[in-house]
Design a protein around this ligand. Structure first.
Ligand SMILES: [Zn+2]
Length: 260
């Protein structure tokens, strides 16, 4: 005959109710440890950093383009001055050869000016495109910054709510266990252990262990059914508690514990 784990009393049902609360605490702990919200937040942050980096690059390209335009316009000014000088020379020229040579030079300078002006225009247009890109990136960076902030507040809030609910449930469980025999509670705690979702107490129903479904040995049945003491399942070692009478309509305790 195995050693009983405690004396039987109707109060022992509280052990099962406490376990239901503790299992909810475990379930919440799993939820709390779920990395998905943090992973999502990290991805959002990564996007934010990447877009901010891209924005910095575009801004520096705008600066470089502005510097290029500045150089180009001083080059153009120098070219204009050269053209003006050559034109003055042309006006003062009498010799046919000199006039021809100066005219050719001025044609060449005009072509050069035309080409440089076109390039300057391209650089300016390109810069306009970069500015449009920068504006879009600024908007995106601001949106992502706010999403990261909201996301991180949501993760924090979620954790706080989970911990608050866990504390509440653990207190309810502790209050139930407090009323029970300390030896029985100790056996329960040892079986429940630290692993999430571990089951320490099972109902026995129709001569079977409610946790592992093993058929309980004949030698144990009379003692269990006489409700003399609480025994462990010989197979899974869980504490066996009589299942509440199925005649008990409603089973309010379970229903209340199920609601989240
Ligand atoms: Zn069992």
């Amino acid at each position: 005959m195995p050693e009983p784990v405690g004396a039987y009393s109707p109060e022992a049902q509280k052990l099962f109710s406490a376990q239901e609360l503790d299992l909810k605490v475990d379930e919440l702990e799993r939820k709390r440890q779920d990395q998905a919200p943090r992973v999502q937040l990290a991805q959002l942050h990564k996007q934010y950093v990447a877009n901010k980096q891209k924005l910095a690059e575009v801004r520096s390209a705008i600066d470089a383009s502005q510097a290029q335009s500045d150089t180009m316009s001083s080059d153009l000014e120098a070219l204009d001055a050269q053209i003006a000088r050559e034109q003055k020379k042309l006006q003062a020229s009498k010799a046919h050869r000199e006039v021809e040579a100066l005219s050719r030079e001025l044609d060449g300078l005009a072509a050069q000016k035309n080409e440089r002006e076109e390039r300057a225009m391209q650089v300016m247009e390109n810069r306009q495109g970069l500015r449009t890109m920068a504006a879009a990136l600024e908007k995106k960076v601001a949106e992502l910054a706010s999403a990261v902030q909201q996301g991180s507040a949501a993760v924090k809030d979620r954790n706080e709510r989970i911990v608050a609910k866990q504390t509440e449930l653990a207190e309810q469980s502790a209050a139930l266990l407090e009323t029970l025999d300390p030896g029985l509670v100790q056996a329960y705690r040892a079986l429940k252990g630290a692993s999430l979702g571990a089951v320490a107490v099972a109902h026995y129903q129709q001569r079977r262990c409610g946790a592992c479904s093993v058929m309980l040995p004949q030698s144990l049945i009379p003692a269990i059914e006489a409700a003399e003491a609480l025994y462990r399942c010989p197979s899974c070692h869980r504490i066996l508690i009589p299942a509440p009478d199925e005649d008990d309509a409603g089973d309010g305790g379970d229903a209340a514990a199920e609601g989240e």
